[in-house]
Write a protein of this length. Structure first.
Length: 426
């Protein structure tokens, strides 16, 4: 039986997430940051037009349709306002006619030029006048296509907080005379940490799933990998830290196909079919990790990539080099102390030295208020209780994990653990 075709709204929504960021960057580069509100309206109108025009079916090339519509909409707005010159970034022709404007937009929407525009937008966002959190918020909005609610989940804050950051960021961007030039401006390295943190949060949103309805979003992971590859492609931005983050994404991305079963439930790492891991991405991760080893500094991305590499290249849980992983977590905690790092280190200690040692390590975060709504916290205690044979305690902790789970995929995975333990105990 033939499957029904995707609804136009579904096609447009998916395209909008992927393409809106590219359109915003390209149009802002042509029209100038002052006109960011106009750019956002133009791109939004392209989506609305698509939803209306595609009621009877999407075109053969939906992406080209949206790009063409956005370009035509921009020209229409500028024609009505009759102020072409004021809308152009400094350095543009003083009074371009519509033909010149159309050619400028066509050029800006070419693949290589869109990449250059996204780089310029990334580093323009990371201005000294704005906080690091605002940098990341703006990157997730304008370069990754995430909405306020999705960004709020990634930051674990409320939506009004994100909206305030976006408002401040828009005002600062509009005050810029031009977008940042990563090939000419001299503080690229100072702005790079905010860019890398944003890409990490983007990948994490796709990989770890805070969206209750769609907890695993490979498209977000793919976009993060595309953007970090863009940083790798430019001499001015291809630092060891960038290569390390690319390695981390590759090692984790290689496991995406096996993270969720056909029933839509998360599959624990120990139960994943390692033969199905993406070999090309694993090899790419090894290459990137080697490129990352050229610098004198050890960043958090180096260490996290090293941990992911150990997991990715091990043939089984038993064959994993747990001593090396514990050493890496020790280094990560020294650089970035926090309860989540301590929690993951404790699990590695349990694999290396046994459940008792793991529980002693978990004492460092036991009762931490920041973790009580974190399902992996309860799952860690449950796992260690299960391994030492304490069924009742394991069940209680898995049930706590299920109660604070962020999606059905997580909740059912923990409920299945409870069912297994109850059957075994009975």
């Amino acid at each position: 039986m033939r499957e029904p075709a995707p609804r136009p709204a579904e096609i447009a929504g998916d395209l909008f997430r992927r393409e809106s960021a590219r359109l915003v960057a390209a149009l802002t580069r042509v029209l100038g940051p002052t006109n960011l509100p106009l750019v956002e309206d133009v791109v939004q109108d392209a989506l609305v037009s698509a939803l209306s025009a595609w009621q009877l079916g999407a075109p053969n090339d939906p992406r080209a349709w949206i790009i063409r519509t956005a370009k035509n909409r921009a020209i229409d707005v500028i024609r009505r306002q009759r102020r072409h010159t004021a809308l152009f970034a400094p350095g543009a022709d003083d009074a371009p006619d519509e033909g010149a404007l159309a050619r400028s937009l066509d050029h800006a929407l070419e693949g290589a030029e869109v990449d250059a525009s996204q780089l310029a937008m990334m580093f323009s966002i990371c201005h000294d006048d704005l906080s690091a959190d605002t940098h990341v918020t703006l990157i997730l909005r304008f370069l990754c296509g995430l909405g306020s609610r999705e960004i709020a989940r990634a930051f674990l804050v409320d939506v009004p907080t994100i909206d305030r950051r976006l408002h401040r960021g828009r005002e600062r961007l509009q005050s810029l005379g031009r977008l940042y030039d990563v090939e000419a401006d001299d503080d690229v390295r100072a702005r790079l940490p905010s860019v890398l943190r944003a890409l990490y949060l983007l990948f994490n949103e796709g990989f770890h799933g805070t969206d209750a309805e769609n907890p695993l979003q490979a498209a977000l992971c793919d976009e993060a990998m595309r953007l970090v590859a863009l940083l790798q492609s430019r001499a001015s931005t291809a630092s060891p830290e960038v290569h390390a983050l690319a390695a981390l994404f590759a090692f984790l991305g290689a496991r995406l196909e096996t993270r969720m079963g056909d029933d839509g439930i998360f599959v624990p790492l120990a139960e994943q079919d390692r033969a199905r891991w993406n070999r090309a991405l694993l090899d790419h991760g090894v290459v990137c990790l080697g490129m990352a080893a050229t610098g004198p500094e050890l960043s958090r991305w180096h260490i996290e990539a090293g941990i992911a590499c150990e997991h990715a290249l091990a043939t089984s849980v038993e064959a994993t080099r747990w001593a090396q992983i514990v050493t890496l977590y020790d280094a990560l905690y020294a650089l970035l102390p926090g309860p989540v790092v301590a929690l993951n280190r404790a699990l590695a200690v349990a694999e290396l030295e046994g459940e008792a040692a793991g529980l002693r390590a978990l004492d460092a975060v036991r009762g931490d208020a920041r973790l009580v709504s974190y399902p992996f916290y309860w799952a860690a205690f449950a796992d260690l209780a299960r391994r030492r044979g304490d069924v009742a305690e394991a069940v209680a902790h898995y049930e706590s994990a299920a109660r604070v789970s962020r999606s059905r995929a997580e909740r059912v995975a923990y409920e299945r653990q409870v069912a297994k333990l109850v059957r075994r105990g009975g």
